[in-house]
Design a binder for this molecule. Sequence first.
Ligand code: GRF
Length: 207
Amino acid sequence: MLISGRGSNLAALLAAAGDPAFPAVIELVVSNRQGVAGLAGASAAGVASMVIEHRSFRDDRASHEAAIDTALRNAGIELVCLAGYMRLLTPFLVTAWAGRMLNIHPSLLPAFPGLNTHARALAAGVKLHGCTVHLVTNATDEGPILAQAAVPVLPDDTEASLAARVLAQEHVIYPLALRLLAGGNAGTPPSGSAALCNPLPTRLRVA
Ligand code: GRF
């Protein structure tokens, strides 16, 4: 798991992987920032973690990614999950882990790649928003989609309320997607992909 911060998706994956039937074990958490909440979560779960700070490599992205790659290989890692990892990857790491690296993005891709997805969804007036787990390719926030969940955008939503609704679904679909990929069932869409959609509330609260 590569993280940069809060680590709520890490927590969701750790919880799912606590099931002995889950087809993956979370072996290592790597953060590019010191002292973030996700590292405390890893520690509480008894999972090995390390900090490989990008700042200590200055602008040398290649060396930073080489250090991450070495750490992953030394730990015998087979799949990598980006979970709020806030660094753009270079083709080196993407190619090294092609087909074996997942990302979660807080929008229904291909809508709203990049940052500030919830604010942009509100500004665009979309009625459905959501989240996507996809394989990582060299194009940011693209790559084959493994799972998506949709949520309604409600009339009185703020960026925070919409983010919270989406985040709850992130915690559902990331374990689901990892289960599909690690279990060898993600390669043959549509049966190997998953989509979830929350039903709309029976009575919409209209402002
Ligand atoms: C999530 O919204 C995820 O979709 C995005 O970054 C956020 C990370 O949150 N890529 P957390 O650190 O998992 O709580």
